[in-house]
Design a protein around this ligand. Structure first.
Ligand code: ADP
Ligand code: ZN
Ligand code: ZN
Length: 666
């Protein structure tokens, strides 16, 4: 008799065994999908991970209902990777399966995908020539790869890293290799894919979550065919695509937090998965950024990765001048005009008069982050989460940015009956209104989550700005990323504080990255750009480091702290999250969990404590932090953590709790 061990898209550990009916025994292969009965489901989609003859003990074994595929839909290397992800990130392989496959491939048999044939087969468009600095960097990268398969390219903003990537891609595909080009965000793809399409034409496939699922399924199937795309540009989930001859992985903006999936499991970091995937395929990896993550920079410094630096911008463009604006001082003198300082307003006026463009960065969407009664201080909060509701004037509502809860704006304060409730603080909507008032002639556009719900809407915003139809672009962190505009002479950072004040050991690193990246949007052509950095902490060394573009000093300073407080990269961190509908139960659970964890891990266990937002979607949240020596063998850690979770969930009192792990949290 033949058996198959299958992966089911469920959070349970392990594989599930079924018998194969004799009619299917010939065709059933590892990587093919099958329909099986599972739990209350008559038919569930599963994937064959093993075919064998070993009769499992005990239970009555059910039979496979049908075989979906004649050929596998995943390759052996992918199965390997899934296994690694589930081991490393402490989740089930079923959860990886669920995250990896486009929905269409998880649901029902697919018809054969339509494969457009390659029109310009074999041809690669003309490449724009490299500067001396760029070609030297390119040579260094290739040399460094001989020593280490991973190389970090640290190139200042606008140094032309993309041009270097394009040359490396052309080289790889000329050798018959496939390339994966990872980006942190969809927002970045349109400018980039236009550029890559011009060079590589139909050899380029794009893969991201704003595309229809059918389209994603087609890309997937095409990667299995005889005519796969040579280059895939995509966001984090593209690490799950099948590659038959992967030769090069490029991770652009490698420092970006978006590479990490937060929810649901697998809570993986696509940059790290990509590095692993490349190493298994004996491919090379290039990590590119102007502001490396401290982990990657540390790896480069330690000789684990190669390091290549590009310190000049392409075409003699100067780095922008960063002007620090001491908001505290200006407030004391009552000189601030709402969220704007006089020097910023003056520079904006000059730029607009000269026909130049302005980018303003404010990391809060909506009209105001909260509503507050200015008489008694009452603030409406989300009934399901531990946060105030944000005011959205365009939609005339208040919204929770954590769970999406929406409510009407109250007519009066329920505490003191004051009828004049106002927004407190400045979100991007309010900045937009203020700009219209101050610069009535200017055309202002806003780029944040609310204005970019569809792919066409953000493409429109970018297009209008690139073509000069918009004069001022105001936005959240979306405007800080990789965008390349030629006519931006002024960048305003309205408040450096939003990041700095986060209760997180990475707050300084993040702030540096964010401030340096947004500054990098200024001054791309002849004229030196100016950045106005408004801050309440003008005296901080971090602010000086941004001004002098001194990444190295920021790194040295932060590493001292990381070392003395035993933070990554000097330790490996795992956060254990515990959630429950009742505060007293989650507290008891967290205390109990910490006691049990300490019997295994001793003083490596910190907490329990409450995260900064201790209730989301009606669940109370507690966390326990594990700081592990980096050389501690992970399989043992994994075994113990999973055992503790199983013990706890077996207790009647905790049976409806959620316990999950976040490995290498960001
Ligand atoms: P980065 O990714 O390092 O911020 P980009 O790759 O976006 O920089 O390059 C910045 C600008 O310089 C872009 O407009 C790009 O087209 C231009 N550029 C860079 N290198 C070259 C080159 N070798 N030839 C022509 N234009 C270039
Ligand atoms: Zn009131
Ligand atoms: Zn909420």
């Amino acid at each position: 008799m033949l058996f198959v061990d299958v992966i089911l898209p469920v959070p349970l550990q392990g594989l599930f065994t079924y018998t194969l009916p004799s009619a299917l025994q010939k065709q059933a292969k590892v990587g093919c999908r099958v329909l099986v009965p599972f739990g209350t489901k008559k038919q569930a989609m599963a994937l064959i991970a093993r075919v064998h003859t070993t009769m499992p003990e005990g239970l009555a074994i059910k039979e496979v209902i049908d075989l979906v595929d004649e050929q596998p839909v995943i390759l052996p290397a992918q199965l390997d990777l899934w296994k690694w992800i589930s081991d490393y990130y402490l989740c089930s392989i079923g959860e990886v399966f669920k995250a990896a496959l486009p929905t269409k491939l998880k649901k029902r048999p697919t018809s054969a995908p339509s494969l457009p044939s390659l029109t310009e087969e074999g041809s690669v468009g003309a490449l724009p020539l490299l500067s001396t600095a760029q070609s030297s960097a390119l040579d260094q990268i290739v040399t460094q790869w001989e020593q280490s398969p991973v190389c970090l390219l640290q190139g200042v903003t606008s140094s032309g890293k993309t041009e270097i990537y394009i040359h490396l891609i052309a080289k790889a595909i000329a050798q018959g290799q496939q390339v994966l080009y990872l980006l942190p965000e969809i927002v970045l793809t349109s400018q980039l894919t236009d550029r890559l399409h011009a060079v590589f034409g139909d050899r380029l496939g794009v893969y991201h979550s704003k595309f229809a699922d059918t389209q994603r399924a087609n890309v997937w199937m095409r990667q299995l065919s005889d005519e796969p795309y040579d280059i895939i540009v995509g966001v984090r989930s593209s690490v799950f695509l099948p590659f038959q001859r992967l030769g090069l992985v490029i991770v652009d903006e490698e420092h970006e937090v978006n590479f990490k999936q937060q929810e649901p499991a697998p809570r993986y970091n696509a940059r790290n998965v990509a590095i692993l995937m490349a190493s298994k395929a004996k491919a090379k990896t290039l990590l590119g950024t102007a502001t490396p993550s401290l982990e990657s920079y540390y790896n480069a410094r330690m000789g684990k990765y190669g390091l290549v630096q590009l310190t000049e911008r392409y075409g003699q463009v100067q780095m922008p001048e960063v002007v620090i604006i001491d908001v505290k001082e200006l407030r004391r003198k009552r000189l601030m005009q709402g969220p704007f300082s006089p020097p910023l307003l003056e520079a904006m006026g000059e730029a607009l008069n000269a026909g130049e463009q302005v980018i303003l960065f404010q990391n809060r969407r909506g009209f105001a982050p909260q509503v507050q009664c200015h008489i008694c201080g009452w603030t409406p909060r989300c009934p399901h989460c531990d946060v105030p509701l944000a005011l959205h004037k365009r939609s005339g509502r208040m919204t929770c940015h954590y769970c999406g809860f929406v409510s009407e704006i109250p007519q009066q304060c329920p505490a003191c009956e004051n009828k004049d409730l106002r927004g407190h603080g400045y979100g991007t909507e309010r900045i937009e209104d203020e700009l219209q008032r101050l610069f009535p002639e200017a055309r202002v556009a806003r780029m944040d989550l609310d204005t970019t719900r569809t792919r066409t809407s953000y493409e429109q915003i970018l297009h209008d700005f690139a073509s000069g139809q918009t004069n001022i672009l105001v936005g959240t962190q979306m405007v800080t990323k990789g965008l390349d505009f030629q006519n931006v002479s002024v960048v305003g950072i309205l408040s450096a504080e939003t990041m700095l004040n986060q209760p997180d050991f990475r707050a300084y690193e993040r702030s540096y990255q964010m401030l340096a990246q947004v500054s990098g949007r200024a001054g791309r052509r002849q004229r030196r750009g100016r950045v106005f950095l408004q801050t309440l902490n003008a005296e901080l060394s971090l602010i000086r480091q941004v001004v002098s573009n001194d990444f190295e000093q920021m790194y040295q300073e932060q590493m001292l702290e990381r070392r003395s407080f035993a933070y990554p990269p000097f330790t490996r961190m795992v956060i254990i999250y515990l959630k429950h509908r009742h505060a007293d139960i989650v507290d008891a659970l967290a205390r109990d969990a910490a006691v049990r964890l300490r019997t295994h891990f001793g003083s490596r266990v910190l907490g329990p404590d409450e995260p900064p937002i201790a209730r989301v979607q009606s669940l109370f949240i507690r966390r326990i932090i594990l700081k592990l020596e980096t050389q501690l063998p992970l399989p043992q850690v994994r075994k113990r953590l999973i055992a503790v979770r199983t013990e706890l969930l077996a207790e009647h009192a905790y049976s409806s709790a959620q316990i999950f792990f976040d490995v290498d949290p960001l």
